[in-house]
Design a protein around this ligand. Structure first.
Ligand code: ADP
Ligand code: ZN
Length: 527
């Protein structure tokens, strides 16, 4: 009936209340929903837990036709569809896990107009057969979940997402909404361009999470046993609380979970090496049991919605600020105080970069990911309020200090180490990547047994006598976190070379000041 006005915000609010039981929209939800109801394209960047899904689910329910949702993970899709069905919403999914019969049934339901929401994977859509079948159906909207996956500038690029750029052409006139929890300005631009959403309204909610208390602790040694012991100690001090410990490897998960159990804590290992049903069982235990601590790789995460997680500890740091924010963002979703603690060390950045280098991906993508990893480590070893640093990175230029993170509550005294940094870089350059960290310190101090003439003839031999060995190690570590030095984690004996040449040159020229958090021993008293 052409007389009926299109559904508006009141109808949307009523649906939010009826289906989800929520009294009102929060944050930017209402604005996003209004825009979609007015049939305009949208890019919405809302923090994890910000309620992105209802933004497109409600318009799909209210508007005539089928809402198509593209979601990257089958597990996530299954959960969402199940939850919607239990709430009485006509939703279904089409993914590789369905039998032929099931597929036929879903498509028949879609065709007969019985469905409000249909979830599909990007791979599914990439095959022309599915698009052909959907083409003549009336679509109410197309939602692209985890839209940062389309961008090479994002931290989780998925080539399958590239094909989604054609959706506008394939389904002309159907409003499209891209949603994500993590996208810096460059990634946002890339999403708009790649998905051909040039005319979309862009909504970016604040990334502030005032209930999170964040800190980063530099590992005292590269020893795994020591890191494990540190993690156990941190968890034991939070006994009875529910938490997540992220580990960089499956081995690490098993080890830490075992150690936690021996220490009387309910530790549950979780990683992609376990079967689906086994992982489901462990997830259920985590959700149901008091004081359960999930010890997991990044296989655990997307879509996990447990409100009372009181802490997230990184035994090994993630790969980017986006991943960092997403992972610590799993703490305190109930709004109550929660902690995010990240342990990091020079061997971690070395491994992160090494792993990236070995991954089969385009050079362009690799260099973006490398830069993202360095930015994360520079933040961890830096002296800027943690949330402020991350929010500025996401484009919130007016973000102020949080007042509660480790930096805010105990501001580190900064020491200008530009001159020592120039000396160290010059030494590494002359040594041509032959030596590891300890031996470079020896060179700077000019004290090595059996020194060869070629080395003692170098102009950098012994130019750092004014700083004690521990001070030098600190400076070298910091230069690694800044990406000015690179450690190649070769078999046991990592060699150190120069990092990003542009930035190294800038330090030589004094254009970048290098600041370290601790005054190098020997420097405070003057020369
Ligand atoms: P995201 O996908 O952004 O991480 P979800 O869409 O999964 O977040 O929503 C996170 C949680 O917040 C869900 O439990 C959801 O029901 C709830 N939620 C969404 N919108 C609201 C709202 N307006 N008021 C209260 N809770 C909400
Ligand atoms: Zn702070």
């Amino acid at each position: 009936d052409s007389q009926t006005p299109p559904p508006g915000l009141d109808a949307a609010r009523a649906t939010l209340e009826r289906v989800w039981g929520h009294a009102d929209f929060r944050g930017l939800q209402a604005k996003v929903v209004a825009e979609i109801l007015a049939e305009r394209d949208v890019l919405a960047v809302l923090p994890t837990g910000g309620g992105k899904s209802v933004c497109y689910q409600i318009p799909a329910i209210l508007r005539p036709g089928l809402g198509l949702v593209i979601s990257p993970l089958i597990a996530l899709m299954t959960d969402q569809v199940e939850a919607l069905r239990q709430q009485g919403v006509a939703a279904a999914r089409l993914d590789s896990g369905l039998s032929l019969d099931e597929r036929t049934n879903v498509l028949r339901a879609a065709r007969s107009g019985e469905l409000d929401l249909l979830y599909v994977s990007p791979e599914g859509l990439a095959s022309g057969a599915l698009t052909d079948r959907l083409r003549d159906l009336p679509l109410s909207l197309i939602a692209i979940d985890e839209a940062h996956c389309v961008s090479q500038w994002g931290h989780d690029f998925r080539p399958d997402y590239r094909t989604l750029g054609r959706l506008g052409e394939l389904f002309p006139g159907v409003p499209r909404i891209a949603v994500t929890a993590t996208a810096d300005a460059r990634t946002r631009d890339d999403i708009l361009a790649s998905l051909h959403l040039e005319h979309a309204a862009v909504f970016v909610d604040s990334f502030a999470r005032p209930n999170l208390q964040l800190s980063a602790i530099r590992k005292e040694s590269a020893s795994r046993a020591k890191t494990d012991a540190h993690v156990i100690e941190l968890v034991r001090a939070r006994r009875g609380q529910s938490g997540v410990v992220y580990c960089g490897s499956r081995d690490g998960c098993e080890r830490v979970a075992e150690a936690l159990k021996s220490a009387g804590t309910n530790g549950i290992a979780y990683h992609a090496g376990m079967s689906g049903p086994e992982r489901d069982r462990r997830l259920e235990r985590f959700l149901a049991e008091d004081g359960a601590v999930m010890v997991a790789t990044i296989a655990f995460g997307m879509g996990v919605d447990k409100a009372d997680v009181r802490f997230v500890i990184h035994a090994d740091p993630p790969g980017s600020l986006e991943a960092y924010w997403q992972e610590i963002g799993r703490a305190g979703r109930d709004g109550e105080p929660a902690e995010g603690i990240t342990l990091y060390g020079p061997s971690d950045i070395a491994w992160t970069l090494k792993r990236l280098d070995g991954r089969p991906m385009a050079e362009e993508v690799k260099s973006v990911q490398t830069r993202k990893a360095r930015q994360l480590f520079a933040m961890l070893d830096g002296a800027i309020c943690r949330p402020q640093a991350v929010r500025r990175y996401f484009g919130e230029t007016d973000a102020g200090p949080c007042g509660v993170c480790d930096i805010c509550s105990d501001p580190p005294a900064l020491y200008d180490a530009t001159v020592p940094a120039q000396k160290a870089l010059a030494a590494v350059q002359r040594l041509g990547g032959r030596f590891g960290k300890g031996r470079i310190v020896d060179h700077l101090l000019g004290k090595t047994k059996d020194v060869q003439p070629w080395e003692s003839d170098l102009s950098t031999w012994g130019i750092g006598k004014e700083i004690a060995p521990t001070g030098w190690r600190d400076i070298l570590d910091h230069l690694m976190f800044e990406g000015l030095l690179l450690e190649d984690p070769n078999d046991g004996k990592p060699l150190v070379g120069l990092g990003d040449p542009e930035r190294v040159r800038a330090v030589y020229r004094g254009e970048i000041a290098v600041e370290v958090r601790r005054t190098p021993p020997g420097m405070a008293t003057g020369r």
